[in-house]
Structures are given as structure tokens and as C-alpha cells.
Design a protein around this ligand. Sequence first.
Ligand code: FNR
Ligand code: 8K6
Length: 347
Amino acid sequence: MYQNLFEQYRLNDSITLNNRFLMAPLTRCMADADLVPTDAMLAYYARRAEAGLIISEATIIRPDGQGYPNTPGLFTQAQIAGWRRVTDAVHEKGGKIFAQLWHTGRVAHPHFFNGEHVLAPSAVGVEGTVPRMRELSYQTPKAASKAEIAELVRDYAKAAENAIEAGFDGVEIHGANGYLIDQFLHYDSNRREDEYGQTPENMSRFALEVVDATIAAIGADRTALRLSPGAYFNMSADPRDRQVFDYLLAELGCRRLAYLHEGMFDDSMRFDFLDGRVSDYMRRYYQGNLVGVGGYSPETAAEAIAAGRFDLIAIGRPFIANPDYIAKVRSGESLQDYSDEMLATLD
Ligand code: FNR
Ligand code: 8K6
């Protein structure tokens, strides 16, 4: 069944995947107090190594990128060594794994890094409190200076180098879901009046600088990007955002990334200003490898791939509920339904 999903897929000259299933990046908040991956995390990822590619849970590039408890990092030697054990275990089982590189921007909280402020494109805060730590209210961020922006770009590239040192096959830059890079890409959160704001070209500048610095550090064939053109999480949409993404996607088309990944929880959502689904919008404006995600079953994913709507499918919640998701789909065994209670343990 679903034969197209089990075909090998050649991402580029360096990387060929065993099948078209990606394990979506899934924050689990289970790293240790030093944000180092644990033995339980090693076992969790190794159990899912049959995926064509695992994308790690979002992993912070530096301390002030942290917005949730116990999210792993890639900025200390101990974190690199911890991830090395995870990547070795996945490779031993024949799998591949990318690190998702994360800075939460205005969704960060100084509680986690004993800091004074959080950095964002502009001093525009998010409403509300930190999930799982409701006593912590979000703060109004500090608008990053140009020197701070340059430092952030360098820190993404450094984290990418650290990821390669840790044995990852590549990195997916987290440019989605209302976090730092996405905050530059939407009018709701980017009110800058310098060369990082106000026009599609300026608003895309930070994202492209991060992408280009990462490519320079580890190569385009090992660099991927996740984007949310439809602001739907930690953010409000503005119809003008469309022009920013039209411009950005055209620019990305020239860069031969490993893949581009839509950041969505539910890809059946339709956005007027994108003329429909996010995946369809991205396919129209981007010709490289495209990853669909958000509420897909093996059936609907196989159909979408057969119809050419995207090339690869990322699976999130069903992979939490079914460590042996790939084997079950291959054999036609029924899948266990996901429930939020499953987030309490790392099975
Ligand atoms: C997520 N998602 C997510 N996305 C991301 O880019 N980085 C992350 O760390 C996380 N973390 C995360 C945790 C949990 C518990 C959930 C449920 C989701 C989004 C995820 O990658 C995916 O886009 C959605 O889960 C939709 O896919 P499914 O679950 O419908 O297959
Ligand atoms: C991008 C997500 C990072 C989340 C970290 C916290 C983990 C808890 C996730 C709960 C998932 C619920 C998803 C519901 C979001 C719907 C958005 C429209």
C-alpha cells in the first residue's frame, strides 16, 4: 500500500532518503537541566529511525532563544556530545536525522536564561503566558540592534556547525510558527524602519542572511528551512505578508536547499490572502523539494504526493502515538490515535 511513500527519495547529490516520510519536529521538553539530550531521548529517536528523515525537536541556538522548559540546545560541548549519541543511534539503525535550529525571539522568557530582556525585530510583545508555566507572562521584547542581528546570524551558523559536529546529516532552520525568523517576516511583529523592515525585500533580509550564513557554514545540500506564510500561531496575519513570502520564496528558489517545509498544524486551513492552502501556495512559488505536513494520514499523504502537491510528507502527532509508525503503515496494521496525554512521557 501507498507504494509512492516507500520509494527512495533523492534530496540532492549528498542525501538520499529511504522513504518519503519525515518525522516532524516535535518539542517534548525533556532535555536535562543543562539542555543536554538524555538517554530517554536517544531511545525515543532510535525507535523512530525507520523514517526517511527525522527532524529533531526544535533545538535552541543560544541561551536567550529559550521559551519553554527543558528544550535542548546546540551551543555547549555537553549538548553536542549528547546529540552525538542520539545521531549515532539513529545512524546505526540506518536512519537519517536533521537538527531543527531554533530561536524563539519574542516568545522567549528571561526566566530560562537569567536574562534582562528578550530580543525580537520590534518592541511588540505576544499576549499571554508560557505554556506549561502559566505563572510566566510574556514580556515586551527589545528591538534587536543591527549589531545584535549580525550576532544572531553568526550564532545560527555556529549552531549549524555544531550540528554537523554532533553527527546530524543537516539542519532545518526553524523559520516558522511565530518564532524569531518568522517575526521578521510578518507585519504584525516587524515594525522596523531600517533595512530589516517595511518592504518585502527588507523583511526577508534576516531570513536570507541566516540561510546564506548556514549554507556558507555547512553547504546548501545540508540546509533546509521551515516557513509559515499563513501566520496562525503566536502571530496575527496581515494580507501584506503575502508579498513578503512571494519575494522570499523566489529568492530561496535560487539557493538549492535540501528542502523547504511548510510550518502548519493543519494543512486543510485556507488563507484568503494566499489563495488557499499553505502547501499549494508554496508549491506555486517554489520549485525545489517541498515537504507537506499538518493532519495527513498515509492515504491523504499518498494522494497529495501522487497529485504533485508536494514531494515528501512530515508526520507529527501520529509519530508520537506510534513509535513504529513506518512498520505499521507498511504492513497495513492499524495506528493508535494520538492524545495530548501522550506528551507526558517519552515512549
Ligand atoms: C509541534 N510542532 C513543532 N513544529 C516545529 O517546527 N518545531 C517544533 O519543535 C514543534 N513542536 C511540536 C510539538 C508538539 C507536541 C506538536 C503537536 C507539534 C508542529 C509539528 O511539527 C507539525 O507541524 C504538526 O504536529 C502537524 O503535523 P501532524 O501532527 O498533524 O502530523
Ligand atoms: C511550535 C510548537 C512548539 C510547542 C512547544 C510546546 C509543546 C506543546 C505543544 C502542544 C501542541 C498543541 C498544538 C496546538 C496549536 C494549534 C495552533 C493553531
